[in-house]
Every structure is written in structure tokens, then in C-alpha cells.
Design a protein around this ligand. Structure first.
Ligand code: SAH
Ligand code: SF4
Ligand code: F3S
Length: 436
């Protein structure tokens, strides 16, 4: 009988895609994926340590496997991802029933780890990571993740990523193009290029040149990328987004704070004024571009005045959407060592304020799209309403539409159709297909 693996993934797209690589590696060893941990021969936790919440969630889920192991001693439990890399051996101390631990740079070691009993830890730096591609078992047939670079060199003072993913390493552009070509050949319609700071991609070519090269591959209808660092956003990139037909009009450009004092403490490398200039340039050059962002509420030392600068920034910029979280102190980072950490209540109040202000803006922006025509790529049934299909605009907004006549082929997963937006809501749009 074939062996079964259950993978539980926490964290960002990078981790989601790493899990696809783990499945790719394990498939070669004859493993099948299962969504029931009680049926698995191998359980892998692909962890995230960006904030305390996902970390706590992971430890509580990990605790459950102790029981599964009691019932089935042959079950193997592995801890992977960012917490594995950061905590290393100490995971064994906390959970002695864990069999092996490997970091994001050591997914290629998975085969050895499951076959060699004495190999339990793989956390070494892997300088070859960008050159040696792994097999991938993808979860979706329409949209695909494509890694363009690994690691991060920025050391923003609050962030664990540079400690968990190692130094920046860019994949050779031929490999990225070959992968994209193969995806197009297999019928994929959209690729999302992944990196912690895609603007510092540098191989034989830079990031805008890479976009030009991928745009020429053909077959792929939409090209997206995450994440862009505001400091490194060049005019060349802005022109690439404006000119290249397949590159979508959306950029995720984390601001983090509207206060220059806080930005400096965060080691972000730009001022609010620098940021605004780039936003104006993007909006001037790229017709209808959507800009989304990340905001951290209650960074150590943030005053009420700093917070109000952030709120003012939200009102001035009018993002299409944001992700905002309370500052979470991460051991080993510089911010963790800073004085003047704020009380939870203050952080919660500020977060609430930020979310309220933004929600109003998002809803207003979504409503302003009512009556417009948008091309959407159908992703499948809506998660909240089985009677509806869901798709995204080029600007990455979710649109739900009634299921279309099954006689006509339009409306199938993976097709591009035109819809009229009938309603703009807080988190999504509603539309109806335009029939000719
Ligand atoms: N490389 C990306 C972001 C990766 S982390 C970039 O630089 O934009 C995603 C988001 O998590 C960050 O933008 C930040 O807003 C948030 N984040 C990271 N560390 C955090 C912490 N310690 N507490 C709260 N939010 C944090
Ligand atoms: Fe973290 Fe900053 Fe790197 Fe983003 S750029 S991953 S926030 S250190
Ligand atoms: Fe991603 Fe979390 Fe690691 S956000 S890079 S999985 S710490």
C-alpha cells in the first residue's frame, strides 16, 4: 500500500509553495497526500513564526499528534518551515515525540530524512538553493506559484524572515522561464512570482527585465508578483507594469507605518514622503492600478501622534486593501530588544482604528466599480456560496457571479470572462457575466 502524508501549512505564499515542493519530493518516494492526519504515515508541520499567533496555533496542533503517535507508533512527525529553522533542536525539547526537523532551505533533504534513521536535523545554509530546482506537486490547475528568489537581506527590525530563510539568492532566469513555459504548456493561466523582496531580484538580469522575459513566454494570461519593497521600487519596474500586457495592474507595497520616526526604527529604508512619490508615479503611469499594503499597529515606541500619522496616510493614499496586525515581539529580532513596548490594549485600539478607517475606504472603492466591466479569471466555486463562481479581476479583487449556463463553456474554472460589477462590498464584488 502507498504511504500517506498529511501536511499542515501555516504562513505566507512562500510556505504554501514550499509545501507543494515537499509533496513533489515525497511523491518520488511513493507518498500520496491525505487530508486526514489520523490516516497519515507521515505528518509534516510547515510552520510560520512571523507573529506569536500562528506559532501558538502550530504548537497546539503539534500537541495533538502525540496522541496519534501513541495509537500508531510507526507514525512519523516532522517540523519544517520558519519555526523549525529558528528554534532548531529546541523543538525536540518541547516535543520529544517529533522525529525530524528541517528548515526552508533543506526541503531537498526530505528523502534522506525519511529513509535514514540517524538523520533528524537539517538546518544548514544551502547556497545552491536557487540553482537546484525541486519537483513540485501543485494544488491548483489554473494558478501557479513560481519562486524567483529565496531569503531576505533587509533585516527590518521586527521581522524573523532573514533569520529563517537565509540570505537573498536569485534563481537563474532561464530556469524561471522554462518553468513558466512548462506551466503554460500544461494549461496554467496565471503565475505569481514569489520572493520576499522581488525588486532586488538579480541574476543575469534584474526584475523588470525578468518580467519582460516572462511576458514573452506566451500562453500564460496573467503575471503577478509578491512582495515589493518600497525602497527598491524603480521607474523601470513601473514602466514594465504599465507596458507589459500580461503583467497585472496590482502591486502589494507594504508601508508598515505612516510615521518617519517609526519607519526609521523599523529599518525600512524609506520615508513616508519617498513612499508617496512612488504611489503617485504608479498611479500616473499605470492606468487603474490597485495598490495594497501591510500596516503594523503599535510598534515599540510608537506614540499616539505616530499612530495618527498612519491613519492620515491611509486616508491620503486610499489603498485598495490592507493587511494589518498588532506588533508581535519576535525573539532574536532587534525590535524585541527595544524599550517602550506598548500594552496590548493600546495595540488593539490602534489596530481597530486602522481597520475601521481602511474598511470604509475599501468599501467605497469597491462601490465605485459598480457598473464597470471587468475581465475575471474563474477560479472555481465560491467558498461561501456553492451557487456561485468566484474569480479575480486583474487588480486582484474577488468577484462572485451566479453560475452560468453549463451549455455554454464560459464560466468553467480557468476561463477568462467579462462581467459587469453589480455590487461592491467590503471584501468582494458581485457581478454578472456579460453575454454577447
Ligand atoms: N517581505 C515582505 C513581508 C513579509 S512578512 C515585505 O517586506 O513586505 C508580511 C507582513 O507581516 C509584513 O509586511 C508585516 O506587516 C507583518 N509582520 C512581520 N513581522 C511582524 C511582527 N513581528 N509583528 C507584526 N507584524 C509583522
Ligand atoms: Fe521581513 Fe523586511 Fe525582509 Fe519583508 S523585507 S521579509 S518585512 S525583513
Ligand atoms: Fe512566511 Fe511566516 Fe516564514 S510569513 S517567510 S512562513 S515566518
Amino acid at each position: 500500500m502507498m504511504k500517506k502524508v498529511y501536511i499542515r501549512t501555516f504562513g505566507c505564499q512562500m510556505n504554501v509553495h514550499d509545501s507543494e515542493k515537499m509533496l513533489g519530493v515525497l511523491q518520488k518516494d511513493g507518498y500520496l497526500e491525505t487530508d486526514d492526519p489520523r490516516k497519515a504515515d507521515l505528518i509534516i508541520f510547515n510552520t510560520c513564526g512571523i507573529r506569536k499567533k500562528p506559532e501558538q496555533k502550530f504548537y497546539s496542533e503539534l500537541g495533538k499528534t502525540k496522541l496519534y503517535k501513541k495509537r500508531r507508533p510507526e507514525l512519523k512527525v516532522a517540523v519544517a518551515g520558519c519555526i523549525a529553522q529558528h528554534e532548531g533542536r529546541s523543538v525536540f525539547t518541547k516535543a520529544p515525540y517529533v522525529d525530524f526537523i528541517f528548515g526552508p532551505q533543506n526541503i531537498h533533504m526530505l528523502h534522506d530524512m525519511i529513509s535514514k534513521k540517524n538523520l533528524t536535523l537539517a538546518l544548514e545554509d544551502n547556497p545552491e538553493i536557487a540553482k537546484n530546482d525541486l519537483p513540485v506537486k501543485r494544488a491548483d490547475e489554473v494558478k501557479a506559484w513560481v519562486t524567483i528568489m529565496y531569503g531576505c537581506n533587509n533585516f527590518c527590525s521586527y521581522c524573523v524572515v532573514p533569520y529563517t530563510r537565509g540570505r537573498e539568492r536569485s534563481r537563474p532566469s532561464e530556469n524561471i522561464c522554462a518553468e513558466t513555459k512548462e506551466l503554460a504548456h500544461r494549461g496554467y493561466k496565471e503565475v505569481t512570482l514569489l520572493g520576499q523582496n522581488v525588486n532586488s531580484y538579480r541574476s543575469d538580469i534584474n526584475f523588470p527585465e525578468l518580467l519582460i522575459k516572462i511576458d514573452r513566454v506566451g500562453g500564460i494570461e496573467r503575471i503577478r508578483f509578491v512582495t515589493s519593497h518600497p525602497r527598491d521600487l524603480s521607474d523601470e519596474l513601473i514602466y514594465a507594469i504599465a507596458e507589459l500586457p500580461r503583467v497585472c495592474e496590482h502591486i502589494h507595497l507594504p508601508l508598515q507605518s505612516g510615521s518617519n520616526n517609526v519607519l526609521r526604527l523599523m529599518n525600512r529604508g524609506y520615508t513616508y514622503e519617498d513612499y508617496i512619490k512612488k504611489v503617485l508615479r504608479l498611479r500616473d503611469k499605470v492606468q487603474g492600478i490597485a495598490i495594497t499594503s501591510d500596516i503594523i499597529a503599535g510598534f515599540p515606541g510608537e506614540t499616539e501622534d505616530d499612530h495618527l500619522h498612519t491613519v492620515k496616510a491611509l486616508k491620503q493614499i486610499e489603498f485598495d486593501g490592507i493587511f494589518s496586525f498588532k506588533f508581535s515581539s519576535r525573539p532574536g529580532t532587534r525590535a524585541a530588544e527595544m524599550g517602550s513596548h506598548l500594552p496590548e490594549e493600546v495595540k488593539s485600539e490602534r489596530l481597530q482604528h486602522i481597520l475601521e478607517v481602511q474598511e470604509e475606504i475599501t468599501e467605497r472603492k469597491n462601490r465605485s466599480l459598480e457598473g464597470t466591466t471587468q475581465a475575471i479569471l474563474i477560479e472555481g466555486e465560491s467558498e461561501t456560496d456553492k451557487e456561485k463562481l468566484t474569480g479575480r479581476t486583474r487588480t486582484n479583487k474577488i468577484v462572485n457571479i451566479p453560475k452560468v449556463d453549463p451549455e455554454t463553456s464560459s464560466g468553467e474554472k480557468g476561463t477568462l470572462i467579462n462581467v459587469e460589477v453589480t455590487k461592491g462590498r467590503k471584501h468582494s464584488l458581485e457581478g454578472r457575466p456579460i453575454t454577447k
